[in-house]
Design a protein around this ligand. Sequence first.
Ligand SMILES: Cc1ncc(COP(=O)(O)O)c(C=O)c1O
Length: 424
Amino acid sequence: MNEEALWIRNKVKAHNKWFEECIPMIASENLMSPLAKEMLISDFADRYAEGLPGKRYYQGNIYVDEVELKAMEMAKDLFECSFADVRPISGTVANMAVLFAFAEPGDTITTCALAQGAHISTAKFGAFGLRSVESVNYPFNESDMNLDVDGTIKLLKEVKPKVAQFGLSVFLFPPPMKELQDTFDEIGCTVWYDAAHVLGLIAGGQFHDPFREGVHVMSSSTHKTFPGPNHGMLLGHNLDEEQEKAIYRAVFPGVTSSHHLHAMAALAMTLAEQKVFARDYAAQTVKNSRALGEALYERGVDVLCPDLGFTRSHALAVDVSKFGGGKTVAQDLEDANIICNKNMLPRDTSAVKPSGIRLGVQELTRVGMKESEMVHVAELISRVCNKESPSKVREDVKELKRNFTKIRFCFSEGEEAYRFHELV
Ligand SMILES: Cc1ncc(COP(=O)(O)O)c(C=O)c1O
C-alpha cells in the first residue's frame, strides 16, 4: 500500500469508528444489513447492464437479469402495485425519470415549497428546473405541517396541472390524498408521490398507503426509512402500457446507462429482508419518533406539532431559534457526537441560517433503541441545546451508544453495524 492508499483507508476507518460512537439522526440515512452490504462487493459491482432484463445491450447478464426480475417482483409484492423499475441509481434520478416520462418542458406541476419541506429536486435549480417545467406550490398549514385541503382543491382546479406531485424531505404527516382524489379524477392529472423518506414506513403498513389513495407513480430512494443501498426505485399502479414504457425509456436511455448492479442486488436483498421485518421495524420507528418528540417537548425543546403527537413518521421538525438557530445547534450537537442537520421551517427564508433542525430515529431504531432510549437521547439533546459543554455530553453519548452497535430487523441480526471490513 502506498502512503495515499493507507491515508484514505485510515480516514474511512476513523469515520466508521466515529459513527460507532455517535447517535446518527440524519432523517435520510440508514444502515444496510450485512447481507445487503455483501452484494456491494460482489462481481456485480464491476459489470454493466443496459436496458431491461432479457433485452440487454451487453452479454454477461444471465444472473443479473434473474436478480433484477426477482427484485421487480418483490417490489410489486411488498407495495401491492402493478409496476416496478429497480434501475434508477438514486431518488433524484428516479424523480428525473418521472419528469421525463410524464411532463414536457413548459408543463405545470403542482408541488410543495422548499420551506415547507420539499426536496431540492422540485426547485427551479433542481430537477424540475432541468426539465423546464413550471411549478406551482400548494397552500400549506404551518400549524399542522400539512397541505391546506380546501386551498389545495381550489388550486388544483384553477391550475389544472399535468402532474400533481406530493412528498417531502421533512415529512411528518401523510398528505390528504383521499380528500383530493375526486379532484384528481376531475382534472385528469397524473398523481406522483415521492416516497423517498417514508418508503420503509409504507412497506411496513405505517404512515399511509399511497397506491390505495389515488397515486399513479411513486418515486423513491431506497436508503432512508427503507434500509437498503444508496439507490432508487420507481413503482406504479394501474398505469397503461404506454405509461409503463415511458418510464422504462426515461430510466434507460434517459437518465441512466448501466444502473449500478451491485446496488440493485443490495436492493433485492433488502426487499427480501423487509418482506419479513418491515412491519415490526416501521412500527417501532414511529413509536420511537413520537416518544422522542414527547420527551424533547417536556424538556422545553420546541418540537413542531405537539397537538398532533409531533409526527406520524420517523422524523421530527424542531424549532431551535431560542437556542441560537439550526446552524449553531446542529454544530454543537455534532461536537457532542449527535449527528443531525439544520433545516428550514415554514417561515424561514434562508436555507443556510434556518431556525430548525430535523431529527430522524430510523437508524437508532435499526440498532435496537426503543422508547426508553428515546428519553435518554432527548435528555442528551436538551443538554446540548442548553449550552452544556458538547465534549462533556459526548462522553454520555458514547456510553449510551456502546450497547447499540448491532444491526436489527434483518436476517443477520446481531452483527456489528459499523464494522470496517478488512480485506488485507
Ligand atoms: C423527498 C426526497 N426526494 C428525493 C430525494 C433524493 O434522493 P437521493 O439522495 O437518493 O437522490 C430526497 C433525499 O433526501 C428526498 O428527501
